[in-house]
Design a protein around this ligand. Sequence first.
Ligand code: HEC
Ligand code: HEC
Length: 334
Amino acid sequence: MPRPTRLLALLLLVLNGAIAAESPPPWAYGFKVPPPPGTLQVPPGKAGAPSTDPTKHSLAGSDRQFTRAEITDIFNHADWYPGDHPAMPDIVAHGHAPIVWSCARCHYANGKGRPENAGIAGLPVDYFIEQMLAFRNGERLSSDPRKSNTPMMVEFAKAMTDAEIRAAAEYFGAMKWTPWIRVVEAERVPATTISAGMYLQVPHGDDEPLGNRIIEVPENPDAVEIQRDPHAGFIAYVPVGSIKRGEELVTTGGGKTVSCLTCHGADLKGMTVPEVGALPGLAGRSPSYLVRQMFDIKTGQRHGKRLELMKPVVANLSPDDMLAIAAYVASRTP
Ligand code: HEC
Ligand code: HEC
């Protein structure tokens, strides 16, 4: 190799190393610190032993009562508000034993989901199906090897029939995505702990500086943690000034990227792009989820044919840019 070429090759290697070394923003993945170098991919998560506590829980506006064992049942969804949604297809309510959990167990029967999984209500049916195939084909992994529920989605998608995938896509796709997360700019936030990948306020805890993070917590921690109340939404605390900074990046590209509106719609509610197909809405969705996706697309852990369009969009975005973008996008009314 002639010397200048060798030097160039070396420089590229160093640059590649620098990109690979950018560690996933831990708050977006449900951790407090980045994964130590060399951390191995964890296997898919498993259900814990069912609780033996006989206490029956209830929720306002529901005539149902469930024990903790019923609330956490992975093959029989404890549906607090059956009047909220159409009848669940079998796969959504019961999963497909022994591998596939009920979709509602994590995403709720109304598809609202939680920051550590995903809001899946209102996704275009074709997009939804493609994502299940992407999980199945190894095109959707997580950049944080400690995140154990992404490999669960992979395991589920592999065990599901095409008919089950379509039934779930049509069920969730028929719902509208409506406001679920309140975005608040703040300097200080409640002290938090992490429960199964979700940030949760420490009971009677102090507050602490937010810093360069987004902290997404339930409006009512008990209702979410104990009853898994599908009416109890979330608050996303974002750094002061981040929404404005994000608006500039999203609407103009800010010299670092291109405007998101051309593909995700003028109102960020999704649109069909000729020759590409239906693209998902982004407005009002979980900022932790959005940052994970942008970061995973940048590292290539999430990839695929259609994502060739997204790769250049995220190539020059730093985790702080992604944070600002997510703060703005999540604050938009869906
Ligand atoms: C154990 C919890 C869990 C269960 C049960 C679960 N999911 Fe998921 N799902 C996740 C997580 C976690 C993600 C996001 C992964 C990430 O951020 O890396 C996700 C993401 C998705 C997405 C991608 C959304 C998007 O906008 O691209 C779809 C679609 C989806 N799930 C469908 C389903 C279906 C259908 C079922 C039922 C068969 C199901 N999920 C059951 C945890 C779960
Ligand atoms: C040239 C078109 C294009 C532009 C511009 C674009 N996107 Fe995308 N985006 C896509 C496509 C295509 C997908 C879906 C890929 C797939 O099917 O997996 C996508 C998917 C996403 C997802 C994953 C959604 C989910 O539900 O998991 C996020 C997040 C996202 N884009 C954010 C953005 C942001 C933020 C911007 C602007 C900074 C942007 N995109 C600009 C084409 C685009």
